[in-house]
Write a protein of this length. Sequence first.
Length: 569
Amino acid sequence: MIREAGAGPRPAIVVVDDDPEALERVAGELERRYAADYRILREPTATGALETLGRLRDEGEPVALLLAAPWTEDLPGEELLCRSRTLHPGARRGLLIDWGGWGDPPTAQAIFRAMGLGHIDYYVLRPWRTPDEYFHRTVTEFLNEWSRAEEAAPREATLVAGRWDPRGHELRSLLARNGVPHGYFDADSDEGRELLASVGREGDEGPIVVTVDGQVLVGPTNDGLARAFGIATELEDEREFDVVVVGAGPAGLAAGVYGASEGLRTLVVEGESLGGQAGSSSRIRNYLGFSRGISGSELAQRAYQQAWVFGAHFLLMRRVTDLRPIGDLHRLTISGGSRVTARAVVLATGVAYRRIGIPGLERLAGAGVFYGASAAEARALSGEDVYIVGGGNSAGQAAVHVARYARSVTLLVRDASLAESMSRYLIDELAAASNIEVEYETEVADGSGVERLERLVLRDRASGATRIVPAAAVFIMIGARPHTDWLPPRILRDEWDYILTGEELADRLPAGVRRPLPYETSVPGVFAVGDVRSRSVKRVASAVGEGSVVISQVHRHLTRLEERTRAGA
């Protein structure tokens, strides 16, 4: 059955501090606020805390949050928090410090080191008054993150499917990337069979989705799944917009926010899930304003809600299939047959990971072979040997996240170094993780399995030698290709099919043609931002910046149209 709120053991919050007064102050503040829903456990020693954490794991009792002082006598708090990951991978971990503790050089260094190596999620300031809302803000953020990721928590939906069912993987990824809290049961598990029997689907293998309000979706399409959660997949009456944004990755969402906030009738069309490629990132730590980091799906959900509140229209699970000029307007055809017109168009379609092109692996796509890294898959790989192909930030983030659960994670990199392709903080986290190994100048040559991936063939690029390794899963992130094959030839692209804009078009347009604005394509009024744009910086912050700045250029284009209309009148 779907777990009801309050059912089962209450999750634990464990506090570790060898200062009796500080321990009582922190634990007391937690009990006053959270005792109805969480068990608050006090531990005066780090070794005692490890024993308690081990017992809770053996008894199947969840730990939501672990808070530890940095300088306990028997074991440094950083080391305790690092070792706790193998016992309770999903628990959030905070280093307890006093107000102003960051001014103490040893404490500051401990924070820098622990954050840089991924041993903690953040530091937590001990409460100094009652109630201490600053303390509680950090704690509740931790608990909210844990609850959204923890399968034992109550869910808006529960998916039952075979563990290696490709369609089941697609649905899990779709739910995760669109920010729908959900649980998952293997169709062969006791929990899966019990849930299926409870909804009259005994013996089915799925995929079946049961929603919290009792809907039973048997083999749902993407559209059907979206509609079950109130997501718009069809246009309402409005068909004319000031600006249509194609794609809801970071660039498209930013354009949606700024377009709607500045009074433009804005429509955002997205074919799959919010956040685009960034939506699969388990933790983005270098985005401005999020010192603890934020998952790609959470960032996308916040941006979506922000744009929606400003009045932006969204059409999800639909793709734009054609773009044609009609005088000063642009007509867009959307999958399903509907059409809209816009005075300006922003192309923010992003990129997709390139296919590896090895028949043995393509046959197992979704059954142990994954393109990109859905956070939904990590927990299912507990105790397994996992490989990740790629040397960029997305690959590094995936490795760190999957390593919380997998027995081993091996990052396969074609080059001799990560220095030019990955951020330093991620390189340090990889080096610090005991179960992550990086193999340089190595590539995947083949793979095989009966119903799912079971082994990989790896090739040393220098010697050409190959070897076979057991593998439960491989996540492939080997570069990207832009979503531009649907565009008309009039929108000029570079040799790799990325869209040309601004100055890059200077010597490609006929004499006398108006000089395009910086993000404007070869078609006036059609703009391109984010990863799909030629020579763009492939970072989330850059995409958001382009998506926000492009709206000022849209305004300039609309002003020109209005001036021309007045002149013609």
